[in-house]
Design a protein around this ligand. Structure first.
Ligand code: SF4
Length: 458
């Protein structure tokens, strides 16, 4: 999962600090690396990229002094290619028709095939990311105007891509025809913004204008905004349902649906699946299960307590995985409140169980703090299939719910009971309809198997 952001001022106002702030608000979508690219006065694209969090990789003060009025940015969590700096985005290439920069959220499922084809025609790849395929496809059509070459290139892509680009001196935003990842358009005074989530528009004081439509290409240039279509006939829509379960920030709104409200409804529906008799209170795993736990508590007339505290300053980049750290395991991040848990039967709500090891350690930790029983409740259906659309999930054999049934899994993680949300409840809680959302990691119904993908040629 990654986050993209872009800003363009037709009046020439400086926007680099805006992009910095936008990325700051999207930090939850990627912490491995970050970068900003901008259009310089000479028409060339410049960039800064670095490893780690936004504030560590970029210098806000320096960016604020630069006069660029068209810029894009990216926060990365690697799902395709490694996490070295060579894969940090935005990626930039120079073509015979000018420079192009691209920042990508999602994963192309046909990137390998396209890469082989492009290499056979002389393309030399600089990174191991799937995103670079887009730049080479554009560069391979020098006879076309850059935006036309881009739109043509997009028809050859399969999978998830929400993009911000600088191309032909303009800011361009693209959402794949299936709409896997969110992308919104905003505005403040003369400045246009594009963002993975609306929470970043809130931070820069922009008004959310609308979601970029699946299959839409929005071009923001001196002639005003233009909306083009990717000429592909997508039969289904595939907005990632996990954005609502976990990825997106709760203060974001996606396709008119408040992530907070959906998450709370997931908890309510989970409670309706079978009340947990004898439980003293409900507790959400911070922060992923907190909102669903509030919904669960509300629906089941139980109190909602904070029983585990999360150290907010522990990030994956901050701590070395030494033997001592491995021994401490989940306690590095989470610590139970013994006075709350001692002698109590508790309903613990979390967003998902992936490998099962974190859940197992967490339940052991809560029991070691004196809880008499832990009833595990999961606010999504069992994750039985890997995601190929931009989320870093393990292979099928590593997924706990693919290896065993729910009863066995409950035993394995040490829960006194285990209950999941149904796929039907998930889709209904989101409220966009079954044909509008992707549920492949729960159902195994992938885009490629639904007859929705045309043959791709160059
Ligand atoms: S497979 Fe799962 S995580 Fe991946 S896009 Fe679909 S719903 Fe989202």
């Amino acid at each position: 999962m990654c986050g993209v952001f872009g800003a363009y001022s037709p009046k020439g106002n400086a926007v680099l600090e805006e992009v910095y702030l936008g990325l700051y608000a999207l930090q939850h979508r990627g912490q491995e690396s970050t970068g900003i690219a901008w259009l310089g006065e000479n028409g060339r694209i410049a960039s800064i990229r670095g490893n780690g969090l936004v504030h560590a990789a970029l210098d806000q003060g320096e960016l604020a002094l630069l006069p660029a009025s068209c810029a894009i940015g990216h926060v990365r969590y690697s799902t395709s290619g490694g996490s070295d700096l060579g894969n940090a985005q935005p990626l930039i290439s120079t073509t015979s028709r000018g420079s192009v920069a691209v920042a990508h959220n999602g994963n192309l499922t046909n990137a390998e095939g396209l890469k082989t084809l492009l290499e056979s025609r002389g393309a030399i790849f600089q990174s191991t990311t799937d995103t670079e395929v887009i730049l080479h496809l554009v560069a391979h059509q020098p006879h076309k105007r850059p935006i036309d070459a881009l739109v043509d290139s997009l028809t050859r892509l399969v999978g998830a891509y929400s993009l911000t680009l600088i191309i032909d001196g303009r800011l361009v935003a693209v959402r794949d025809p299936w709409g896997f990842r969110p992308l919104v358009l905003g505005r403040r005074e003369d400045v246009w913004y594009v963002s993975s989530e609306s929470c970043a528009l809130d931070l820069v004081g922009a008004t959310t204008i609308r979601d970029i439509e699946p299959g839409e290409v929005v071009v923001l240039g001196p002639e005003g905004p233009r909306s083009l279509r990717i000429p592909l006939d997508a039969k289904t829509r595939r907005l990632c349902s996990f954005e609502f379960v976990y990825f997106a920030r709760p203060d974001s709104v996606i396709e008119g649906k408040s992530v907070y409200e959906v998450r709370k409804e997931l908890g309510r529906r989970l409670a309706r699946r079978g009340p947990c008799t004898g439980a003293d209170f409900v507790s959400g795993m911070p922060d992923s299960g907190t909102i669903a736990a509030m919904g669960y508590a509300q629906e089941s007339n139980l109190s909602h307590e904070l029983s585990v505290v999360r150290n907010r300053y522990v990030g994956r980049t901050f701590i070395e995985p030494t033997q001592r750290v491995r021994e401490l395991g989940v306690r590095i991040k989470l610590n139970p409140i013994t006075r709350v848990l001692s002698g109590k039967s508790v309903v613990v709500v979390d967003d998902s169980i992936v490998r099962g090891t974190t859940c197992q350690r967490m339940i052991a930790m809560i029991k070691s703090a004196g809880a008499s029983a832990v009833h595990m409740r999961v606010s999504s259906p069992p994750v039985r299939f890997p995601c190929y659309y931009g989320i870093d999930t393990p292979t099928r054999v590593e997924l706990a719910a693919a290896r065993m049934n729910i009863q066995q899994l409950g035993k394995e993680v040490g829960a006194d009971s285990l209950e999941y949300l149904s796929e039907e409840d998930l889709v209904e809680a989101i409220g966009l309809g079954e044909s509008a959302v992707c549920t492949a990691c729960f159902s195994g119904k992938y885009l490629e198997e639904g007859g929705d993908v045309q043959d791709v040629t160059l």
